[in-house]
Design a binder for this molecule. Structure first.
Ligand code: ZN
Length: 283
């Protein structure tokens, strides 16, 4: 069974069943408290959860809706994001291709749940669909060949961006415009990719009010998942539960002519193949 870890009412849960009909089992209860109820501790003990999931008794599983899910990684020690990591997206932003990963931070207080609302703070709020890496085993100087062994799993996320704030100064600065309240929804759960042979070539996209806006394969990334993990670890130490946004493909609102920014009432559905869908209403 593929391990998927959701947070519901602040407790870690195994997810079973189809992504379209998910059911959950409380991790601590199912293991007689041999495993923790705290999602962050579960991410630090990922290999134990992987082993336990293989023999999980699913008879107590209950149905869960997207709206009931909390942010699956509630308290990451660090949150990284990579900018301009798809060629066509760099072009639509009028930026040259970065010679090394362009790293910025989305601050932790911007995290949001998979169906959380996002406040439209001005005229230039934008969406960015992204594949999000969740670190399992941390470390420094992780070589690319071992990088996946340090990844608990993937989430789908939105790197919501206040373009006005991002581009107000010269040079532009990313951290603040991407860290407003609710600007970092991720979910619907952390999906282990150990046994997914397509983990470097997944379909990623989003719709706004049902209209397709972003549509890509993740093998179009300039710097791939293993490279990003390895590169970050040459500079900083990675810790269990760290969140790494990996960049948005072509099709953000800012790239349209004229730009198409978010309005109150808009609904963005973001899907990553093999991982699931999050749905966020802009209010
Ligand atoms: Zn982004």
């Amino acid at each position: 069974m593929t391990l998927r870890l959701a947070t519901v009412r602040n407790r870690a849960h195994f997810v079973i069943g189809d992504n379209s009909d998910p059911r959950i089992v409380d991790v601590a209860k199912a293991s007689n408290n041999a495993l923790p109820s705290d999602p962050m501790e579960c991410l630090a003990r990922w290999s134990e959860l992987q082993a336990f999931a293989q023999t999980l008794d699913t008879s107590s599983a209950v149905a869960v809706t997207l709206e009931e899910l909390d942010c699956p990684v509630p308290r990451p020690r660090q949150m990284f994001a990579i900018g301009l990591n798809y060629k066509k997206h760099a072009a639509e932003m009028g930026s040259p291709l970065p010679p090394l990963p362009l790293v910025f931070s989305k601050f932790q207080s911007s995290l949001n749940s998979p169906a959380g609302d996002v406040t439209v703070v001005g005229e230039t709020v934008d969406y960015e669909s992204e594949l999000v890496i969740i670190v399992g085993k941390g470390g420094r100087d992780i070589v690319e060949a071992n990088a996946w062994q340090h990844i608990a799993g993937l989430c789908v996320g939105q790197d919501v961006s206040d373009r006005g704030l991002q581009y107000m100064g010269s040079p532009a600065q990313f951290n603040m415009g991407k860290s407003r309240r609710g600007f970092s929804p991720i979910g619907p759960w952390v999906t282990d990719m150990t046994n997914n042979p397509n983990r470097d070539n997944l379909h990623l996209g989003c719709t706004v009010n049902g209209e397709k806006r972003q549509d890509t394969q993740t093998n179009d990334m300039i710097f791939d998942i293993a490279h990003i993990v390895s590169y970050l670890s040459t500079v900083v130490e990675l810790f269990p539960g760290d969140v790494i946004y990996t960049g948005s493909p072509f099709g953000v609102g800012h790239g349209h002519k004229p730009p198409r920014y978010m309005k109150p009432g808009d609904v963005v559905e973001t899907t990553l193949e093999g991982v699931g869908t999050i749905r966020n209403r802009f209010v």
